[in-house]
Design a protein around this ligand. Structure first.
Ligand code: HEC
Ligand code: HEC
Length: 220
């Protein structure tokens, strides 16, 4: 929640900075056409180790989960271009002056990617962050009743479960929790305080399948 607030504030700040910088060659406003394919490749090689981004299939946990960081901005209908500027600023400045003196916090180096490459990565992140991953737009029906596939598509960004190769940290670690079948069915159907409800998104048979997969593989 702290992060989301910072990004929203960051967007306001960037808008102000953009006004001030207008006419100056180093302005924060993204120039030119971005190549999001190049951005995706660079994200996977340069950012993945530290950041989770469902669409890129990355699970880094040193930096904030970028889906979560931008989900609230997304739900408030911020434009991709605003998010793009926040990401671009973050790439250019890294952790920036705010982190000075807080050596115990992990930091992000500035300028990991530069110039047009930075623009491309920012455009890529802005186009996918907080959208719920690559399968969210395609129908979950295509996942059938393969519990493992359903888990990897719908749950792995938030939960750790070794059997699915999932390392999400938003929700509880399911290998440690070892929830019984009925608990998983109830939780997936109704959701929780943070976790979305999957009733209507997944069929009852798919919920049963993913719950069976979780309850039979957790902690193994
Ligand atoms: C060595 C680890 C590391 C790498 C590599 C890294 N980051 Fe970060 N990133 C962090 C950390 C730690 C933070 C949180 C500290 C901060 O807010 O400055 C962060 C913050 C961010 C934020 C702000 C999110 C928020 O909630 O405010 C964005 C956006 C971001 N990174 C994008 C990227 C992109 C794009 C790349 C690749 C070009 C990248 N990061 C590479 C560690 C990393
Ligand atoms: C957006 C993140 C998110 C997603 C996606 C998500 N969960 Fe969760 N999950 C959570 C959080 C956070 C909690 C604990 C608090 C709560 O209920 O919101 C939780 C709790 C649970 C619990 C524990 C319930 C209990 O009573 O202890 C189970 C089991 C679970 N999730 C399974 C799943 C499965 C299976 C999926 C995919 C179909 C899934 N989750 C998708 C975030 C998520």
């Amino acid at each position: 929640m702290r992060r989301a607030g910072r990004v929203a504030a960051g967007i306001a700040g960037v808008a102000a900075a953009a006004l001030l910088a207008a006419g100056c060659g180093t302005g924060g406003v993204a120039p030119k056409q971005a190549d999001v394919q190049n951005g995706e490749a660079l994200f996977k090689s340069s950012c993945a180790g530290c950041h989770t981004l469902a669409a890129a299939g990355t699970n880094g946990t040193i930096g904030p989960n970028l889906d979560n960081a931008f989900a609230s901005d997304r739900s408030q209908d911020f434009k991709d271009s605003s998010i793009e500027n926040v990401v671009l600023d973050q790439i250019r400045l890294g952790s920036g002056p705010i982190a000075i003196g807080k050596v115990e916090e992990p930091t992000m180096p500035a300028n990991i990617v530069k110039g047009q490459d930075a623009v491309d990565v920012a455009a890529y992140v802005a186009s996918v962050a907080g959208q719920g991953g690559p399968t969210a737009s395609s129908s979950p029906a295509s996942l059938g009743t393969n519990g493992k596939k359903i888990f990897q598509s719908e749950c792995s960004s938030c939960h750790t479960l070794a059997a699915a190769g999932a390392t999400g940290t938003v929700g509880p670690n399911l290998d440690q929790l070892k929830p019984p079948l009925a608990t998983v069915v109830r939780q997936v159907t109704n959701g929780g305080a943070v976790m979305p409800a999957f009733k209507g998104k997944l069929t009852p048979a798919q919920i049963e399948a993913v719950a069976t997969f979780v309850s039979s593989s957790a902690g193994k």
